[in-house]
Design a protein around this ligand. Structure first.
Ligand code: HGY
Ligand code: MN
Ligand code: MN
Length: 413
């Protein structure tokens, strides 16, 4: 199929830069945590842009925002794209926002070309992809794809335990009444920066994503007893932070015992009472473990849990290890992967197959519909970092591939 409409790379870039001003951080990144006032402002801007582009906008029970472009056969299952406008606390301008605004640019380009697809198109901003406030992320797309119950998603507590995802949706005015998923979709495509170094290193502009590695997330709670920093002798202490530190160091060392290496991360730590002159009585920390081999991942997770219990025993502490989220490695639909490769080839763009180290909403969608992803390079492979950067021409190229893959799937009347 020939090129049907041309995306406007400058317009896409301007939209990305305008969105990145909402929650801009001093270091040049973005901090737009899910369901905060800043997220609301980003959502409002996206909704305005959707309406300007003639999309019918609805918000579902998980707060996912869906902009729909009618097809000539509007009863046909839609071809869907999207990603997330929420970010890490010190995130970049492109992780997530690119996939949402690339979808919007596809619609703008089709509008300009006067082209209507046979099947409808839907552009989705998924709620809380990053999982910073509400534990593990990608829950709203998981509800949409039938992986999680609606009540589970809406009742997720925030990490302080003071509110829930559902209450925060209502607070910012995005507690929608459209059903969350439950309708057939023709295909889902997500455009995203690679967040790793492979495409850049190999001079490829497009990554046809084959699948993503498995992931397990835990919350570990270590309990000792508080005491006075000046009076409680060292041998009598049950210092929860010392125990947690030994566990975290042990988990980091554990990673190096496997081949190929898993990735194991502790990025969140809560210390009670977090006072200079009190021996910490309780520590809660996150553990994120990922590996492409599901059997090996299960083995690593079992070793990780045993390690925490051993350290607790040696230090006279109690430990609780709670699994918060788990997903096996997934493979994307061969036809969708091929659609990405074919579009890149038609456009003369250097393309290579690639695996995703990160999790994405597309991983949930893959359980419910034919799904593919389009990666574009990011500078030095850096992401979840204010310095995250992707070149405008690469973003435009990925967006054009997205347009072609979606149009090819949706058909032209
Ligand atoms: O953690 C992840 O893989 C993603 O950024 N949510
Ligand atoms: Mn992302
Ligand atoms: Mn991310």
């Amino acid at each position: 199929m020939a090129v049907t409409a041309a995306v406007d790379g400058d317009r896409l870039w301007r939209s990305l830069m305008e969105m990145s001003r909402i929650g801009a951080t001093p270091g040049g990144g973005v901090g737009r945590l899910a369901l905060t006032d800043l997220d609301k402002a980003g959502r409002d801007l996206f909704v305005d842009w959707c309406k300007e582009a003639g999309l019918a906008v609805r918000v579902d029970r998980m707060g996912n925002i869906i902009g729909r472009r009618a097809g000539t056969d509007d009863t046909a299952p839609p071809v869907v794209t999207g990603s997330h406008l929420d970010s890490q606390p010190l995130g970049g301008k492109f992780d997530g926002a690119y996939g949402v605004l690339a979808g919007l640019e596809v619609v703008r380009a089709l509008n300009e070309a006067g082209l209507t697809t046979r099947a409808p198109l839907e552009i989705i901003n998924w709620t809380d992809e990053e999982g910073v406030r509400f534990t593990a992320g990608v829950v709203a797309s998981g509800v949409y794809a039938g992986q999680f119950d609606l009540d589970f998603g809406r009742n997720l507590p925030d990490r302080e335990g003071t509110t829930t995802l559902g209450r925060e949706l209502a607070r910012i005015g995005y507690d929608g009444d459209a059903p969350c998923g439950g309708y057939p979709i023709s295909a889902f495509f997500e455009a995203h920066i690679e967040q790793g170094p492979i495409l850049e290193r190999e001079g490829a502009v497009i990554g046809a994503v084959l699948g993503a590695q498995g992931r397990r997330c835990y919350t570990v709670t270590v309990t000792g007893e508080e005491g006075h920093a000046g009076t409680l002798p060292m041998p009598l202490r049950r210092d929860a932070l010392v125990g947690a530190a030994r566990m975290i160091d042990g988990l980091n060392r554990l990673a190096f015992e496997f081949d190929p290496l898993p990735v194991i991360t502790t990025g969140y730590l809560q210390v009670r009472p977090n006072s200079r002159n009190t021996v910490p009585g309780r520590v809660t920390f996150s553990v994120d473990i990922r590996h492409p081999d599901n059997a090996l991942l299960a083995d690593i997770c079992a070793r990780a849990e045993a390690l925490c219990r051993t350290v607790a025993g040696e230090t006279g502490l109690e430990v609780e290890v709670a699994e918060m989220f788990g997903r096996d490695s997934i493979r994307f639909d061969p036809d969708c992967v091929e659609a990405v490769r074919a579009a890149a080839k038609r456009l003369g763009l250097a393309c290579r197959d690639i695996h995703s180290g990160a999790g994405h909403d597309a991983c949930n969608l893959a359980q419910a519909a034919p799904t593919g992803m389009i990666f574009v390079p990011c500078k030095d492979g850096i992401s979840h970092n204010e310095r995250e950067y992707a070149a405008p021409e690469d973003l435009a190229a990925g967006c054009q591939v997205l347009l072609e893959a979606m149009v090819a799937r949706a058909g032209v009347a």
